[in-house]
Design a protein around this ligand. Sequence first.
Ligand code: SF4
Ligand code: SF4
Length: 404
Amino acid sequence: MRPAPTRKKLRFYQRRLRQARMVARAIQSRNHPILAHIVPMRRCNLSCAYCNEYDKVSAPVATEEMLRRIDLLATLGTQIVTISGGEPLLHPNLDEIIRAIRSHDMIATLITNGYLLTPERIERLNRAGLEHLQISIDNVNPDTVSKKSLKVLNQKLVWLKEYADFDVNINSVLGGGISHSEDALTITRRAVELGFETTVGVIHDHGGQLQPLKAEEHAVYDQILAERKPGLFAFAYDNLFHKNLVLGLPNDWQCGAGSRYLYICEEGLVHYCSQQRGYPAIPLEKYTLEDIEREYTNKKACAPFCTVSCVHRVAMLDLIRNEPREALLRLFPPERPGGPLSLPLGIRVLTSIFLPNPSGKRPTAARRFLSGAVLRIFGVKSTKKENQHELISISGSRGRPRTP
Ligand code: SF4
Ligand code: SF4
């Protein structure tokens, strides 16, 4: 049954409120992961030539074990859990895993190749409480590199448009042996036509590192930026990371992998990311606030040419948290040198409420009241210790520091 338009709208605004709360809490405290990727299934039904994240043999991780890992992520204070793979739709109890994520009030998202989607499967995902789904489409027609093709997936997109009660993002890719770079533009146009969010990724090598784009790929990238309707953070992301990557230039940033972003493999070990597996490779049940604190500032040699976009996005929130004025300058640069920042309205309102006055003056009582009220609406409680960047031990529903 198709969701009624009013229910769809209501769920849409509920998700936006939950995302706003997520952003507020991520900025307010640094002692918890913002995003964790979790793998319930290493096996995949496809075999894309560039991929190092799948096999053809592994069994699904036992459901009880997945639920235990989700409890552990909640204990660490994780805000978003993305289920990836392999192909997660092959897991027999995926809906139960999604429900478990939502039961801890964490945001539940899924990355899939889309092959197994049907109207009935999409409705089950609605009922389980999925909030966001991403499909990466590599080309218009299947070839020897990838079968994640618009030709094969178009009907799935039409079903998502009709039945999905969650956000859908269509990611197109450039580089990495994709033969027709203009396909990325065709895919973006189709996604925009169906009303989906779009992103474009640069395919990385097996270490998550940049493969510089050719001139024609660069031209397609520029055209995609001109035609798509970017969300707030997609626009900021392009300014901060993609602009350099498409030119083959390094980025100067602090990678928060192991701290603000965790990658939990099928064996339940915490790794930096899908491309840096083996570090630090600590079992999730032994991962503590001390590990999170250590990795927050730990420099990763792979960072300058990294293309792992979900970790970049998490880092944007920490940049805003740590150096708000510099972050805004980099995320929303002025249209002309020396001009005012091109801040979207929502960001302008939030910065005027939360950022310290550049003149150093103490905020007025009215402004303090307003910022307190906004934080309460977002369900965020201010703690002095967290604001002082101290490592804290939180008892009750949160984790405890590991004893050496
Ligand atoms: S569909 Fe995804 S996980 Fe499967 S082989 Fe392709 S890129 Fe890898
Ligand atoms: S910089 Fe971070 S996210 Fe990128 S490859 Fe290295 S560890 Fe992974």
